[in-house]
Design a protein around this ligand. Structure first.
Ligand code: R5P
Length: 310
């Protein structure tokens, strides 16, 4: 078993390799002058099980192309099998036709990764569980909910908690977290008048005098969360904490969070945001390296991955 690091999140790759007590595969990943990706594997990997780690985060197209070319290089170097470890699976939000004559890019990307030569996928909190079915190879989808629940119990230590889904799509995830911390749930009825814009229509459930925990898979522009916090506060919520797996944090998102009434936003390192958040007072990162490396170990040893979440 060997681990190859893509360049989208070098820190996470190093942390995973160190947890596994492995050296990263010696490789050369660079760009030609015109931006094309070049990948060379500098050691023998014939007959090895290879885990290639690459989040398809911003710049999504470059990082996706790099992943595909890494897989192609591994396949042509006679790897025995290739697991694409994609902590943040980009393009996942286009998982259905939202209007006539639109693409389903999550399916297209799944086809590209499979056709490049991946034998298995390992990802974290896929935007929608059914994306697993877009692949005809095994997919292991890890959850950050148990890690978030542990953090709430150890660090937040508040009573009178309620978990809040920032939109209807997040209800399942919110219910899973509420079960682990033994709280009730509320649901925000969110509307998207245009891509990138969101409005809160209603809140289902009472949040008055409660400490709210909003949980979501992605924070991108920050609009969904900032509007949700505003609406919760207007309905008499006490402190609002936010737990997000993938911090895309585009544009002014960090500034919006800092200015908002969010008490604390806790996220993970599926996307490397070290530079973006270095001056942030509200954003805290929890590393998923231990969970991802444990899943890699279990896949390599053909033992259960799902039992990680029991
Ligand atoms: C949408 O269904 C996702 O779960 C997130 O709520 C969304 O992507 C967040 O986007 P933004 O931060 O731009 O509102």
């Amino acid at each position: 078993m060997k681990v190859l690091a893509g360049t989208s999140n070098s820190k996470l790759c190093k942390d995973i390799a160190s947890q596994l007590k492995l050296k990263l595969v010696n490789s050369n990943i660079k760009r030609f002058a015109d931006g094309e990706v070049y990948v060379e594997i500098n050691e023998n990997i014939r007959g090895n099980s290879i885990f290639v780690i690459q989040s398809t985060s911003n710049p999504a197209n470059d990082n996706l192309m790099e992943l595909l070319i890494c897989i192609d290089a591994l396949r042509r170097s006679s790897a025995k099998n290739i697991t694409a470890v994609i902590p943040y699976f980009g393009y996942a939000r286009q998982d259905r036709k939202v209007a006539p004559r639109t693409a389903i890019s999550a399916k297209l990307v799944s086809n590209l990764i499979t056709n490049a030569g991946a034998n298995r996928i390992l990802s974290v909190d896929l935007h929608a569980g059914q994306i697993q079915g877009f692949f005809d190879i095994p997919v292991d989808n890890l959850f950050s909910t148990p890690i978030f629940a542990r953090h709430i119990k150890k660090k937040i230590k508040l009573n009178n908690l309620i978990c809040v889904a920032p939109d209807v799509g997040g209800v399942e995830r919110t219910r899973a977290l509420s079960r682990r911390i033994n709280s009730s749930i509320a649901i925000i009825d969110k509307r998207r008048p245009a891509p990138g814009k969101s409005e809160v229509m209603n809140i289902v459930g009472s949040v008055k005098n409660k400490n709210c925990i909003i949980v979501d898979d992605i924070i991108d522009s920050g609009g969904t969360i900032v509007n949700a916090v505003y609406a919760l506060k207007n309905k008499g919520a006490k402190d609002v904490y936010v737990y997000i797996t993938h911090a895309v944090l585009s544009g002014e998102a960090v500034k919006k969070i800092e200015k908002s009434q969010i008490k604390k936003l806790i996220t993970t390192d599926t996307i490397d945001n070290t530079k973006k958040i270095k001056n942030s007072k509200k954003i805290e990162i929890i590393s998923l390296a231990p969970m991802i490396s444990e899943a890699i170990k279990r896949i390599a040893n053909s033992t259960s991955v799902s039992s990680l979440f029991k």
